[in-house]
Design a protein around this ligand. Structure first.
Ligand SMILES: CCCCCCCC/C=C\CCCCCCCC(=O)N[C@@H](COP(=O)(O)O)[C@H](O)/C=C/CCCCCCCCCCCCC
Length: 213
């Protein structure tokens, strides 16, 4: 209980600011910390999100294993990871095979979710008091991630979204102060999320990695 009360999305969203270096590199440690915090927040919303959380935790674990593995130095930034995996042919480019769990592929799955998060937070920021978060979430999902998911995942995700609390309760769970304060903080955090998304998108586009199987 005390753990839940201390938890605030402010620090979580801040990870997406601190993961950016002045050179435009993305530090994987902070990037992954951001995801860990988001997963923790999602878990606090109820067990209906467990299947999403399980997939996300599995992907974070894949990345953490690289970060502590024998090539850990190559996994300091997103840029060094892409360079290393591409130069050493460690990415399955056409179909999933022995490199099915490459860092490039794993981050791509999270990167697509970041687009959903961007859209969802933008909607949450400008929505009226009585807006249904389930509707905002579903709209953001349909405009971003849905096209990358199988029919069954789409159905399960859409059903889970119905369990989301009202906008007011959602802001309370975020623990970012009053609704007005939370909206203001989202306004500060969103440009950093967008920058992380844009840098990743461009890096993946340059290497033709946006459709990894
Ligand atoms: C400040 C507001 C915060 C909002 C709350 C954010 C909550 C987000 C928290 C965690 C992120 C979830 C990450 C989910 C990773 C899903 C990656 C993925 O797309 N996986 C699919 C493809 O993987 P492969 O099979 O190719 O390896 C996989 O099929 C998916 C399975 C599970 C369903 C994924 C549904 C994703 C919905 C994302 C929206 C989360 C909604 C949470 C609502 C608060």
């Amino acid at each position: 209980m005390a753990e839940t009360q201390r938890f605030s999305l402010t620090e979580v969203l801040d990870s997406f600011r601190t993961c950016l270096t002045d050179q435009g590199d993305i530090l994987l440690e902070h990037y992954l910390n951001g995801w860990k915090g988001l997963i923790k927040f999602m878990n606090s919303l109820g067990s209906v999100f467990s299947f999403i959380s399980k997939d996300a935790v599995g992907k974070i674990q894949i990345m953490e294993n690289y970060r502590i593995g024998e090539s850990s130095q190559q996994y300091l930034t997103l840029q060094s990871m892409v360079k290393y995996e591409m130069e050493n042919k460690l990415v399955d480019l056409v179909q999933r095979s022995e490199n099915w769990d490459s860092g490039c592929r794993t981050i791509l799955r999270l990167h697509r979710v970041l687009r959903w998060l961007q859209l969802f937070l933008e909607k949450l920021q400008i929505a009226s008091e009585d807006s249904k978060t389930s509707v905002l979430c579903t709209e953001a999902y349909n405009d971003s991630l849905a096209c990358h998911h199988t029919w069954i995942v789409r159905k399960a995700a859409t059903v889970a979204f119905y369990a989301l609390p009202t906008r007011v309760a959602f802001f309370e769970a975020m623990n970012m102060g009053t609704t007005e304060e939370a909206v203001a903080k989202l306004g500060v955090a969103l440009p950093f999320l967008s920058k992380v998304f844009d840098i990743t998108e461009e890096l993946y586009r340059q290497h033709n990695l946006l459709d990894l199987p």
